[in-house]
Ligand binder design. Structure first.
Ligand SMILES: *Cc1c(COP(=O)(O)O)cnc(C)c1O
Length: 347
């Protein structure tokens, strides 16, 4: 890995962050706060939230077996993705490399930040090789994006290739584990100490059932997390979100229960789905959704909409011709999907 200073945009490395009232005094023992121009009425929403989310990080860190200093919290993992560009990629100069197909936000953020986005197509099993990503990179490649289990394909990426990339790439490797809770593969978080150039993303939006509160996590060496904290908006995670996430951490056994039910439903839904006349193929999945190639994706998508069932048409994406991406729902929801598609053949 190159020294972090060399990877960081010079203006960001030199930046002195905005220091908020709550940064300069964070003690709780004082009882009279006249420092932040807040309204003294309407407690508790009148007060600015903790800019570094200490209480919440102290609950998450032991569960994830990391230090609070190795954890960044943001307004969804989408914030962390954007901050990675803003911290490390000089607009119009640097580039990033990513697998294709994958989660669309990596490219959107690249375009917003005027950073060249280089795609390397996955093979027919939706796998990659470290060599092909390294071959697409050059001295201006700062970041490589991986997503495992991958969206929209659903599969885990090959662990040996990920490790080869972590060892062979001079910049930062981002491993998006938004769906890791649904997979048997061990999280790369367990190897955080081993790879100083690794950034692991996780989110409260999927297995944790909290997409509405907008809370994402980035895990990395404390020096990388320090850079993200330096450039984020001071109060990027609001108090209501912090409070709800604290409540979720206190009942995280519920996540295990949800994941258990969803995995059972996934097995059942995939098994039944494969019997449908419209189904050509169901790709293997390690996530709470599956990708399926159907006879006519647009027709089936439109038909399902007319039945009040919304899936994701991924036909226009690389390697996904005539593919739908289907999220696992509750048992009645999944049954409604199957029933609707069984009727389709009668038309
Ligand atoms: C859903 C998803 C996310 C989650 O984004 P949030 O901003 O945390 O809601 C991140 N990465 C991938 C690949 C996803 O599919």
């Amino acid at each position: 890995m190159k020294p972090l200073q060399e990877l960081t945009r010079p203006n960001i490395w030199a930046l002195k962050p905005y220091s908020s009232a709550r940064d300069e005094y964070s003690g709780a023992e004082a009882s009279i706060f006249l420092d932040a121009n807040e309204n003294p009425y309407n407690t508790p929403n009148n007060r600015y939230p903790d800019p570094l989310q200490k209480e919440l990080k102290n609950l998450i860190a032991p569960v994830k077996k990391v230090l609070p200093s190795q954890l960044f919290l943001g307004n969804g993992s989408d914030e962390a993705i954007d901050l990675m560009y803003r911290a490390f990629c000089r607009p119009g100069v640097d580039n990033v490399v990513a697998i294709d197909p994958t989660y669309g936000m990596y490219q959107v953020c690249a375009e917003v930040n005027d950073v060249e986005y280089r795609k390397v197509q996955l093979d027919e099993n939706f796998q990659f090789t470290a060599d092909s990503l390294l071959a697409a990179s050059d001295e201006h490649t700062k970041l490589i994006f991986l997503c495992s289990p991958n969206n929209p394909t659903g599969n885990n990426l090959c662990r040996e290739e990920i490790i080869a990339l972590l060892q062979g790439f001079e910049g930062l490797v981002i491993i998006d584990e938004a769906y890791a809770d649904f997979s048997d593969a061990p999280s790369f978080l367990l190897d955080l100490e081993k790879y100083p150039n690794m950034v692991v993303l996780q989110t409260f939006s999927k297995a944790w059932g909290c997409a509405a509160i907008r809370l994402g996590m980035a895990f990395a060496h404390a020096d990388i997390i320090g850079i993200l904290n330096k450039i984020k908006y001071p109060y990027n995670v609001n108090r209501l979100t912090q409070q709800e996430a604290v409540r979720m951490m206190e009942q995280h056994y519920r996540v295990k229960e949800w994941v258990g039910s969803l995995l059972e439903e996934r097995t059942r839904l995939v098994r039944e789905f494969k019997k449908l006349p419209c189904c050509q193929h169901v790709y293997p999945t390690d996530a709470n959704f599956f990708l399926t190639r159907v006879t006519d994706a647009k027709k089936i998508y439109d038909y399902l909409v007319s039945q009040g069932i919304i899936v994701r048409n991924r036909s226009n994406i690389t390697l996904c011709k005539d593919c739908l991406r289907i999220t696992i729902g509750t048992r009645p929801e999944n049954d409604a999907l199957l029933d609707a598609l069984k009727k389709l053949k009668l038309q």
